[in-house]
Ligand binder design. Sequence first.
Ligand SMILES: Nc1ncnc2c1ncn2[C@@H]1O[C@H](COP(=O)(O)OP(=O)(O)OP(=O)(O)O)[C@@H](O)[C@H]1O
Ligand SMILES: [Mg+2]
Length: 244
Amino acid sequence: MTAPAPPAGDGAAVRLERVSRTFGRVTALDEVTWAFPRGGFTAVMGPSGSGKSTFLHCASGLDRPSGGTVRIGGVELGRLGEAGRTRFRRERIGFVFQAFNLIPSMSVEENIGLPLRLAGRPPDPRRLAEVVARVGLTERAGHRPSELSGGQQQRAAIARALITEPEVVFADEPTGALDPRTARDVLRLLREAVDAAGRTIVLVTHDPVAAAWADSVVFLDRGRIVDELVRPTVAGVLARWEEL
Ligand SMILES: Nc1ncnc2c1ncn2[C@@H]1O[C@H](COP(=O)(O)OP(=O)(O)OP(=O)(O)O)[C@@H](O)[C@H]1O
Ligand SMILES: [Mg+2]
């Protein structure tokens, strides 16, 4: 199957052009060209080993592609040095991981404010309290991550990813460790970030229910984008998944 055409024009938040990533003899990403629309919620699906995490890492500047270019908000990541990329990520990108990755010795509120402190912009206490409230953790603001449920930890991680008002939030299986109901709370927060705040979200998931929260689902297979499903339903995602 030929890859579908990426959205045209400059409404893209993230644009990849012929991005490849090899590990020794393994080609994890094979000349991927794609554009993620600004203010869009895109899910990325594919079999294990199809290159989803590699794709996310290259698209977000966590990893350097072996070839091709990645642009976020018009900035070509390959032109930034190591330190420049780190600063760019810190200031303009949010991440959410399956394992939450909160700092165990810090309270929920300290964790959420951390990206701003790292960027040398100490958070305004009122705004911090607002963000904590939005993810439903006001009662837990002073608690350590170990005192929280998985869903609460992931909500804290989402608040931390959103606090800098990033152009793009990348999430790698953020609901992978959660039960279905808790997963739904987390997905609702991501959906809200798109609908209410106009964030751009790229979500890697194995779960057709999670994917159906997105505006579109991109399917990866053997390092290539092989299809896109716009306005996905759970049944539609499952049907496409079975053909891969
Ligand atoms: N650091 C690495 N060193 C060597 N090979 C790697 C490395 N990272 C990924 N790969 C290989 O690249 C391919 C794609 O891996 P990737 O982790 O992107 O897959 P994935 O789609 O995220 O899989 P999963 O659903 O299991 O998380 C695999 O064949 C993997 O073994
Ligand atoms: Mg992965």
